[in-house]
Write a protein that binds this ligand. Structure first.
Ligand code: SAH
Ligand code: SF4
Length: 382
């Protein structure tokens, strides 16, 4: 198998082009085709000489995610199910900006990306881990999610525009070069998989998405979510990039966390909070604590005090997320009043907290659900 072109850095490409005795400006042209124009074939790179295109095609692959399924519409949350080269499925979710959630300004879109096929961590409430872990995503498979979503988005915009324009104008729009504007300008690594268990590919992919020659998305607009892999949190703390960190806490005591997240047995709360404190000290950045509210599991008001203590110790803000029902799992989200009461109790304890009041549940917005559903349907009717 050839390495994919989107798994290489600019420096690596420059070194390769040097051995081919190609001028350096060709690298800039190639990167423009890949990350600004998001083309899907070598032949589309029309300002590169044919011989160079042929050489590239012999040396590298150019994998494009195939859209297997899509839910939602451009003005709401949209969920994309991608079929990868080996037939595996992963998900990405495009969310219209919610400035309150991760501290971003009023931006356009946040994309939630996956880092693994399946997940080995088996949190009891989560669809991604239900069928276990299959494999890590390659660097290019993480990067390509952003480009693939933007291609679909562009297609939708073209369709919307052509619906209101006459036929001649429509054909001009179709022929116009792709815009290099980013549809996606915030990334949350909260799709399928445990990102810190695919550490090296994750960091390399995020560097490409961040680089001016690549995605151009600011590191502060990239949030990595982890279920609590302590050694990797410590490693992340010494990376030069200023990514945001979110911890999937979901329980403020070992007792609750052990019941729903097996990872807590390996890295119990005192170890996790120790790593978070150190991360916070080194980075000087606010950590976010994710807390899914699950009825009868972690939504009792007596949980708010230990949660508030943790949040204060870590100088963290808390995102409360009403649980999204997963088919075949018994868990349910608490009533709205219960969620509101939980939020109010936290605020009374002087914690900065938000409660997600989204309606994503109806499109299987929780991570891993669309894949699970599709795979199970395919298993029944191949
Ligand atoms: N593995 C990483 C990132 C992917 S999961 C992690 O656990 O942080 C992203 C977030 O979605 C996590 O906070 C996870 O706990 C949450 N999640 C999983 N299943 C969910 C569900 N059914 N409803 C709401 N949130 C869910
Ligand atoms: Fe894996 Fe995160 Fe789901 Fe836990 S919540 S099973 S770590 S994807």
């Amino acid at each position: 198998m050839l390495p994919d072109i989107k798994s290489l850095t600019r420096e690596e490409l420059e070194a390769q082009f040097k051995t081919w005795q190609e001028p350096a400006f060709r690298v800039a042209q190639l990167l423009d085709w890949l990350y600004a124009r998001r083309v899907t074939t070598w032949d589309a790179m029309s300002n590169l000489p044919k011989t160079l295109r042929a050489k590239l095609g012999e040396t590298y692959s150019l994998h494009i995610h195939e859209l297997a399924r899509k839910q939602g519409s451009p003005d709401t949350t949209q969920k994309f199910l991608w079929k990868l080269a080996d037939g595996a499925f992963i998900e990405s979710v495009l969310i219209p900006a919610n400035p309150a959630l991760y501290g971003e300004a009023s931006d356009r879109h946040t994309l939630c990306i996956s880092t693994q096929v399946g997940c080995a961590y088996g949190c009891r409430f989560c669809a991604s881990g239900l069928d276990g872990w299959k494999r890590n995503l390659g660097i290019h498979e993480i990067v390509e999610q952003v480009l693939a979503v933007e291609r679909v988005w562009e297609g939708q915009m073209r369709e919307a525009r052509s619906a209101i324009l006459d036929k001649t104008v429509e054909s001009n729009i179709a022929a116009a070069p792709a815009s290099s504007d980013r549809v996606v300008n915030n990334i949350v690594v909260m799709g399928m998989g445990e990102p810190l268990a695919n550490y090296d590919n994750l960091i390399a992919a995020l560097k490409t998405l961040n680089a001016p020659w690549g995605g151009g998305i600011g590191a502060r607009r990239i949030t990595i979510s982890t279920s609590g892999l302590v050694p990797q949190i410590r490693k992340l703390a010494v990376e030069p990039m200023q990514f945001r960190l979110a911890i999937s806490l979901h329980g403020a005591t070992d007792e609750v966390r052990n019941r729903i997240m097996p990872v807590n047995k390996k890295y119990p709360l005192h170890e996790l909070t120790g790593a978070c404190e150190d991360y916070q000290k080194v980075k000087g950045r606010m950590i976010t604590l994710e807390y899914i509210l699950i009825a009868g599991i972690n939504d009792a008001l007596d949980q708010t005090r230990p949660l508030a203590m943790l949040a204060k110790k870590l100088n963290a803000k808390v995102n409360l997320i009403p649980y999204n029902k997963v088919e075949s799992l018994p868990w349910v989200r608490p009533a709205e009043e219960v969620c509101e009461r939980f939020l109010a109790a936290l605020e009374k304890l002087d914690v900065t907290a938000t409660l997600r009041r989204e309606k994503g549940g109806d499109i299987d917005a929780a991570c891993g659900q669309l894949r699970l559903k599709t795979e199970r349907e395919l298993a029944v009717s191949p």
